[in-house]
Ligand binder design. Structure first.
Ligand code: GGG
Length: 352
């Protein structure tokens, strides 16, 4: 990728904790990045605002300043979690959905990886969900009509050839870089033959048009049966590529296979910017208690650095997390332990 080959004197990382436990886990990720020292260029962190709490304070969930600084002054960013309300609130729109669009972060790459008890045995679960990040039902074109039979709500589901091709290419590239070189295309074209049919055909055509993908084996699966098989035999999957909503649901479900949503990282990636983001939400029930699992955010920081080709730094962070998870002495309650967030961070930083 072009962004991977850029020589950098300095890294400027935007930090957007947003809401709830995002305010606890993004500082943890920052601490982990600081611990890798000279394996990355001199780093500056820029604190930025977004989220529901920002909306309540200033009337805008994604202030212009945040977007301008991300676009003009940052090489990459980390986003925490957002507490969007489940009802319509005038003037509010989800800042994470908007950020993915304005920065053209068209791929949400979510590796779901278990830590085996012994470093020499392969993990039981090792797959990547590649979620299209800009369209599907997330174009948020909804309307409500009053008819003679009562209320009627509609939503537009947008699937384009352009977005399906670029997410397909990203998924094939990821599959090509893994030992099994296997890609499963997730869809529901037995019902949604026009939209999911276009997604499925376009993703498949990426391999037909480029010989470099000739060794990648391709399977396809209906989303409902994919969820079933994911729980019965997760080892059949390597890379899974899906439209936005299916990808969102599949990756949260897959998190159950590796112990907790609190350990699953992601990056929102485009061609010139990358933003790490834990898959979990803002978890208001445990906010401020110093018990949120920092692993997903710390691994998201590693994934972001890996995406920019800082492989050694990313490996050091991931190895430190693996070792803490394996030792089981410092685990937060979601993983059955009683450690505080800060104790887990200290243990990881010591091992970095
Ligand atoms: N880090 C993932 C996260 O914040 N999840 C919550 C979420 O995405 N909520 C939907 C939204 O606010 O758009």
């Amino acid at each position: 990728r072009s962004m991977a080959t850029l020589a950098r004197q300095k890294l400027s990382i935007g930090l957007i904790p947003a809401d709830g436990i995002g305010k606890e886990v993004i500082p943890a990720a920052r601490t982990a990045i600081e611990a890798v020292g000279s394996d990355i260029p001199k780093t500056e962190f820029i604190d930025l605002e977004a989220g529901w709490e920002t909306f309540l304070r200033v009337g805008n969930a994604l202030p212009d300043r945040t977007v301008e600084i991300l676009k003009n002054d940052c090489n990459c960013a980390l986003f925490g979690s957002v507490s969007s309300p489940s009802r319509k609130v005038a003037g509010y729109s989800s800042p994470i959905v908007a950020l993915r669009k304005v920065l053209d972060l068209y791929a949400n790459v979510r590796p779901v990886l278990s830590v085996s008890p012994n470093p020499d045995t392969p993990p039981a679960v090792d797959l990547i969900v590649v979620r299209e990040n800009t369209e599907c039902l997330y174009v948020k074109q909804e309307e409500l009509k009053i008819t003679e039979n009562g209320k009627e709500a509609r939503a537009t589901r947008l699937i384009t050839e352009l977005a399906s091709r670029r997410i397909g290419k990203m998924a094939f590239d990821l599959a090509l870089a893994r030992p099994r070189e296997h890609l499963t295309v997730i869809h529901k074209s037995n019902v949604l033959s026009v939209t999911d049919g276009l997604f499925r055909e376009t993703v498949r055509s990426v391999a037909e048009l480029d010989a470099k993908y000739k060794d990648v084996t391709i399977a396809e699966q209906l989303v409902d049966s994919a969820v079933y098989r994911l729980f019965r035999e997760p080892q059949i999957y390597d890379v899974m590529v899906a439209p936005n909503l299916y990808g969102d649901i599949l990756s949260d479900a897959a998190a159950a296979l590796v112990g907790s949503l609190g350990v699953v990282p992601s990056v929102n990636a485009g061609d010139s910017f990358v933003m790490g983001e834990p898959v979990h939400g803002s978890a208001p029930d445990i906010e401020g208690k110093n018990i949120a699992n920092p692993v997903a955010s710390i691994r998201s920081a590693a994934l972001m650095l890996r995406h920019m080709d800082y492989i050694k730094a990313a490996d050091r962070i991931d190895a430190a997390v693996d070792s803490v998870v394996r030792e089981k002495q410092y685990l937060t309650p979601d993983l059955g332990g009683s450690a505080k967030t800060s104790e887990v961070v200290d243990a990881i930083v010591k091992r970095i």
